[in-house]
Structure formats: structure tokens, C-alpha cells
Design a protein around this ligand. Structure first.
Ligand SMILES: Nc1ncnc2c1ncn2[C@@H]1O[C@H](COP(=O)(O)OP(=O)(O)OP(=O)(O)O)[C@@H](O)[C@H]1O
Ligand SMILES: [Mg+2]
Length: 238
């Protein structure tokens, strides 16, 4: 088991947004998080990703207790969060975005220079691994579709060696063909042994890619549902 939350409580003043939540995600597992508006889904993932510090409870990774103080802290421990309006720099290329803040360098005459050929090669590898198709790795991200941007953001998470990838509504506002693409990226992440937490309002998407579904209500993860594998799959719906 890779990641576990036990008895997590998060209060905002008098409001209990998370009320003793237990939650876990295993390796190679896609866990979906569904529930009404205000149920506590975003608060839960912010707690997982270091944006909120819980008032009570414990977070463990591989059995080790973690105390994330910031999203950077969670990043460094292998947790990547990808939002719909993601933190990609529009006026930068695919390569630049993937290596932003983590550029590969090579010393020349004792001085570290950017190793552009190595970064380009690695970008190609990552995009191939995920089957992401972009107009070119030197194209500006701003010129790309929502699905392509999701692909670049996931490639960036893979490059940072994230073990747990959290996606908050990754398919909201995407065209049907693009949704298909993003769901394929999720399946590829699972094939590579990653854990994924997927928040979605689209129950069809959730049934299609998730191994388990956690339903949130009033700050509690009320139950887990295991999607009956075959009957809900699009391919076998006919
Ligand atoms: N920073 C905050 N300060 C005060 N209250 C907050 C804060 N963030 C969330 N809440 C409250 O906590 C509860 C849970 O909100 P949260 O955003 O986690 O819900 P959600 O399940 O993500 O909903 P949605 O589906 O609408 O995104 C809500 O009642 C919300 O008003
Ligand atoms: Mg939310």
C-alpha cells in the first residue's frame, strides 16, 4: 500500500470539512473520488498534496508517517497534483514545461550548461511512454488543446518520479475525443505502477477507469464501491 490517510479531520472555523476520513490508495490503482458539491473532495486532495495541514489524523506513505507542510514538500515525496487549469507556463515549450525548475545540466569547462539534447530526448521518451501527441516539443503549450496540456502535465509528473498522481476534474470542459485521451493517460499511469486519485463529476469516466470509487458525503468517505468491471465498460456495453 502506497498512501494512507487515517482519521483525518480538517476544520474551517466551526465547519468540519473533513470528519475523520480514512482513505488509502495502493500501487497500480486508480481511486475515484465522487460526491456532491461541498462534500469535501477538494479539501481531501489538498490535504493529501500538502496545501492543507490536517487538524487531526495521520498521513502515511509506505508505512512512514508524513507531515507535509506545503505542496512542494508533497512533490518532493512523490505526490503530484494536476488541476484542470494546470500550472503549466503557456508561453513556454513542452520541453521547458517538463523541466521547469529541474533542468538537466552538463558541465563544460567546469561550468554547468543546460543539456538541451538530453532534455529533448527525455521529453520524447516521456511523451511516447504516455502516447501523448503534441504538434512538436518546441511548440508553446498555450497553442495546445486541453487534452494535450493534460498529457504534458502528466509527463511532467512522471519526470519528477511521482508515485501518486492526483487529478482534480481532469476531463471537465474537454471535448469527447480529448476525454478519451486523458482516460487513456490514466490507464497508462496505472500500467506503470503509479497510484492515481481521480476526482470527477462524470460517472461514466469514473466507472471506466477506476478500480475503486470512494463516495464522499458531508466530510466523510461514506463507502467504497468497486465498479463491476465488465458491464460498465463502454466496449462491452452493447
Ligand atoms: N478555505 C476554506 N475556508 C473555509 N471553508 C472552506 C474552505 N475550503 C472549503 N471550505 C468548505 O468546506 C466544505 C468542503 O468543500 P470542498 O471544496 O472540499 O468540496 P468539494 O467536494 O470539492 O465540492 P465541489 O464538488 O463543489 O468542488 C464546503 O462546505 C466548503 O464551503
Ligand atoms: Mg472541489
Amino acid at each position: 500500500m502506497v498512501f494512507k490517510l487515517s482519521g483525518i479531520v480538517k476544520r474551517f472555523g466551526g465547519l468540519v470539512a473533513l470528519d475523520h476520513v480514512d482513505f488509502h490508495v495502493a500501487d497500480s490503482e486508480v481511486m475515484a473520488l465522487v460526491g456532491d458539491n461541498g462534500a469535501g473532495k477538494s479539501t481531501l486532495i489538498k490535504t493529501m498534496s500538502g496545501a492543507h495541514i490536517p487538524d487531526e489524523g495521520e498521513i502515511t506513505m509506505l508505512g512512514k508517517v508524513m507531515h507535509f507542510r506545503s505542496p512542494q514538500d508533497a512533490w518532493q515525496n512523490g505526490i503530484a497534483t494536476i488541476y484542470q487549469e494546470l500550472a503549466l507556463a503557456g508561453k513556454m515549450t513542452v520541453v521547458d514545461n517538463i523541466f521547469l525548475g529541474r533542468e538537466m545540466k552538463r558541465p563544460r569547462f567546469g561550468i554547468p550548461f543546460l543539456d538541451l539534447p538530453a532534455m529533448r530526448k527525455r521529453t520524447d521518451e516521456l511523451l511516447t511512454q504516455l502516447d501523448v501527441h503534441v504538434p512538436g516539443i518546441d511548440s508553446w503549450v498555450e497553442s495546445m488543446s486541453g487534452g494535450q496540456r493534460q498529457g504534458v502535465a502528466i509527463a511532467r509528473a512522471l519526470n519528477m518520479d511521482a508515485r501518486l498522481i492526483i487529478m482534480d476534474e481532469p476531463t471537465a470542459a474537454l471535448a469527447v475525443a480529448e476525454v478519451r485521451k486523458v482516460l487513456d493517460f490514466v490507464i497508462r499511469l496505472r500500467e506503470q505502477g503509479k497510484s492515481v486519485v481521480l476526482i470527477s463529476h462524470n460517472i461514466q469516466d469514473v466507472f471506466e477507469v477506476s478500480d475503486r470509487i470512494s463516495v464522499m458525503r458531508h466530510g466523510r468517505c461514506s463507502r467504497y464501491v468497486r465498479p463491476a468491471k465488465l458491464p460498465h465498460k463502454k466496449s462491452s456495453a452493447s
